[in-house]
Design a protein. Structure first.
Length: 360
């Protein structure tokens, strides 16, 4: 992790708090309902209908564009790391759709007369290094002078029209794999309150800055039915979209869900972002929790994530091999649940350890 050019607590400059959260799912759904329907286009293969990670537009029978955009306020104080995280987060949507990033555009809002210009340079350098790591090309961007720093990217990728991974293809019997631990929102909120050690900040930063490139390339060899990345709506929010879009029920095993260290301790101390609680309010009617899972445990499963992992639905016959391949490639993957034919569109969270994948 690079050292910032100027010792500025970037997270303190954000009026929104430490998670860089999206507009809440309930508020966003209300806004989108007011929009007129778009003009039907047979080449728009993935649009707004399934709440997917990115849009997909067919150019030819062999080639489609994947397009996405994401930006947010600082969630760590190191500007280089912030740039890395923001870039990894934006690139993730292309990976979740089964695509390969092609080009990226910077989106910059920065108080250019209040903060040293070297801070912005470090943000852009961090982002540029992640774009290079992804094998994509930075082609430009747009900037404005703003009181609150914000950064992100618009990313274009490519995918074969027949190999698109959406969040709406899960089948009964599929196993669910998750490729990064959760708890990021609670930890980044804790960063703003000076509750984490340097080592803990480095750990959560490394998780957020890790591209989903390896996980996406690994799953290409398998018959994955559905995929989404876990970001601002939290694990249960994105799982709910998969359940509803696919018309399946999901069963998750809470002890199998990977959670970053100290997340529960910090949540109990009150460092839970508003976005996490909004996520919980949005999904709670569609989720049945085991009685032994308390409110803190429920909030953690809804925690608003920045640059999270992929939630992958893969047929049972291929699940063990995919999990093993992901781990062999260095991905922190875990099997956390399964898709069922009963109770479509809903989620059941059990408080028992799932032993099917022990020994993988």
């Amino acid at each position: 992790m690079q050292q910032p050019s100027q010792r500025v607590k970037l997270t303190s400059l954000s009026s929104k708090g430490g998670c860089g959260c999206k507009i809440g799912p309930a508020d966003l759904a209300q806004v989108l309902r007011e929009l007129p329907p778009g003009v039907p286009n047979p080449d728009l293969l993935v649009g707004l209908d399934t709440n997917d990670d990115a849009g997909v537009y067919r150019l030819t029978d062999e080639l489609a564009l994947v397009q996405t955009v994401d930006f947010f306020t600082p969630i760590v104080d190191d500007p280089y790391a912030f740039g890395q995280i923001a870039a990894a987060n934006a690139l993730s949507d292309v990976y979740a759709m089964g695509g390969k990033p092609l080009t990226a555009l910077n989106i910059v809002a920065f108080p250019i007369h209040k903060l040293d210009k070297s801070i912005l340079a470090d943000i852009l350098r961090g982002a540029g290094d992640k774009v290079k790591e992804a094998g994509a090309t930075l082609v430009g961007g747009h900037s404005i002078d703003d009181n609150e720093p914000k950064f992100g990217m618009a990313v274009t990728g490519t995918v074969h029209p027949g190999r698109i991974r959406t969040n709406a293809g899960a089948k009964p019997g599929d196993r669910l794999l998750l490729t990064k631990p959760i708890g990021v929102g609670i930890l980044t909120t804790s960063i703003k309150k000076d509750q984490l050690s340097a080592e803990e900040i480095e750990r959560v930063t490394r998780v957020m800055a890790t591209l989903n490139k390896t996980a996406a390339e690994t799953m290409e060899r398998f018959g994955v039915n559905a995929c989404t990345d876990v970001t601002g709506f939290g694990l249960l929010g994105h799982a709910s979209e998969m359940a509803k879009g696919s018309g399946v029920g999901l069963t998750l095993y809470r002890p199998n869900v990977p959670v970053l260290p100290r997340v529960r301790e910090l949540a109990e101390a009150g460092f839970v972002p508003g976005g996490t609680k909004n996520n919980f309010g949005h999904v709670r009617d569609g989720v049945e929790f085991a009685e032994s899972i308390d409110t803190i445990g429920q909030w953690i499963l809804c925690d608003a994530v920045t640059s999270g992992g992929l939630l992958i639905a893969v047929p049972e016959a291929e699940a063990r091999a995919l999990l093993a391949a992901l781990r062999e490639a260095g991905v922190e993957a875990e099997a956390i649940g399964e898709a069922t034919a009963d109770r479509p569109g809903t989620i059941r969270v059990l408080d028992e350890r799932w032993t099917e994948f022990e020994g993988v």
